[in-house]
Design a protein around this ligand. Structure first.
Ligand code: 5CA
Ligand code: ZN
Length: 409
């Protein structure tokens, strides 16, 4: 599967800073210290509907992680998946009388357009679940053969007890896990499972559903968590720097993925850090495809909203906060974009080096984007009120905002 085009990231003067970030697994701050090539896996979309602002906010957070790394002169090895076969996609295809592959292709294409418009850095490899099936099957066979997975009426389940570290990503208690498992694609009520939390690795072919050759597993399709594990292990290996997604992925998805990989390899950890973005809501509810309370990036673009303003609306909130989208949020972002554009359109201005330093400090501090925006606001305000004589300043300000925040002025 192809990704979307890359944009040039300006190289900034001076020294980038290492990122301190909140790690879900330890529940505290860690300083990320990747090698010269930083490795990150960010869970991609399930393409049954268009990209909404919640998705965009989550991808924005992980785009910033990469921009901070690039600013420290590291290379970034970034992998993202597309869950192009799964229950919600198949259900939507049936409900809308569409071919499921056509639906997935259409929504994935729209996602690429949205990501391009928002200037999100593309992954080095953008990989679908379907194309990963030949990688997934041997992993499930191996888990079964080593006793970490078992069969139930033709389906194959992972045994959560096979990983001594199970539960350490989310840190949730048993009751919470059970509730979330039922809510988020698990089947804790199914009789015959060794542990109600055990997730499906391989779903045996069902009437009317797509299925593939599963070798000794029989015909079927892959479970959700093993998809991301297969892709991450193939392209990043164990112990990669960051696994990212929205906070709704901490359990079961990232918990199960970590356990699959740890059971498979006998190594720990799957990812060194687990980073989760807050949930964006509308009218008091988490924005979600199943609830239908969505504000789509593509719709805003169609309405003529500048993608840079959409991005500034996302940046105005701390990535870990849950927040509500309102028209006022977008209006504020549009006004800020206009002020910044006006400030960089002059031939000179107040020196911008300290603004660059403040943006670096803010981002290194658990991606404190509200503080980063405040630093640029202060420079733009100074430009508007007193101006300055530094001829390099508007260019440096513009490159800072471009390189570190992904906003083209
Ligand atoms: N395909 C899987 C991951 S392998 C999946 O969760 N797809 S998704 O389309 O449902 O979500 C894509 C990403 O957007 C996930 O990281 C998810 O946590 C995030 N996300 C979904 N809804 C919201 C929301 N309302 N606010 C913030 N992030 C969200
Ligand atoms: Zn995933």
């Amino acid at each position: 599967m192809h990704a979307w085009p890359a944009t040039e990231v300006p190289v900034l003067p001076g020294q980038g800073r290492d990122l301190d970030i909140h790690d879900t697994a330890t529940g505290g701050r860690v300083t990320l210290t990747p090698g010269p090539v930083a490795r990150i896996y960010v869970c991609g979309i399930t393409p049954y509907d268009a990209t909404h602002l919640g998705h965009a906010a989550t991808y924005n957070a992980f785009d910033l992680v990469q921009r901070v790394w690039l600013d420290t002169k590291r290379q970034v090895h970034y992998i993202q998946n597309v869950t192009d076969v799964d229950d919600p996609l198949l259900e939507r295809a049936v409900a809308t009388n569409m071919d499921w592959t056509a639906l997935a292709e259409r929504e994935t294409a729209l996602f690429r357009e949205d990501m391009t418009a928002l200037r999100m850095l593309p992954p080095k490899h953008y990989i679908g679940a379907v194309e990963s099936i030949p990688t997934i099957v041997p992993l499930v066979e191996r888990l079964r053969d080593m006793g970490a997975a078992y069969e139930l009426e033709g389906d194959i389940y992972f045994s959560v007890e096979s990983d001594a570290h199970f539960g350490e990503v989310s840190g949730y208690d048993a009751e919470t896990m059970r509730l979330l498992s039922a809510e988020r694609g698990g089947d804790p009520e199914r009789p015959g499972k060794k542990n109600p939390l055990d997730p499906m690795l391989w779903t045996a072919a069902r009437e009317g559903e797509p299925h593939w050759d599963g070798g000794t597993l029989g015909p079927g399709r892959p479970g959700w968590h093993i998809e991301c594990v297969a892709i991450a292990l193939e392209h990043l290996g164990m112990g990669f720097d960051v696994q990212g997604g929205g906070s709704d992925l901490a359990f079961p998805h990232h918990e199960m993925g970590a356990s699959h990989a740890q059971a498979l390899t006998g190594e720990f950890p799957f990812a060194r850090t687990y980073v989760h973005a807050g949930m964006v809501g509308l009218d008091g509810e988490k924005m979600s495809k199943s609830k239908g309370n969505l504000v789509f990036v593509s719709q805003l673009r169609k309405d003529g909203v500048d993608p840079a303003a959409i991005r500034l609306a996302l940046l105005a909130h701390h990535y870990r906060a849950d927040w509500e989208y309102t028209e006022a949020v977008l209006d504020e972002a549009k006004a800020r974009l206009a002020r910044w554009r006006s400030a960089v359109s002059r031939p000179d201005g107040p020196p911008a080096e300290s603004m660059l330093e403040s943006v670096r400090v803010a981002l290194a501090d658990d991606l404190d984007t509200p503080a980063a925006l405040a630093a640029v606001d202060a420079w733009a305000e100074e430009q508007a009120t007193r101006g300055g004589t530094d001829e390099g300043a508007p260019g440096l300000a513009s490159r800072t905002v471009d390189a570190l925040l992904g906003v083209a002025l």
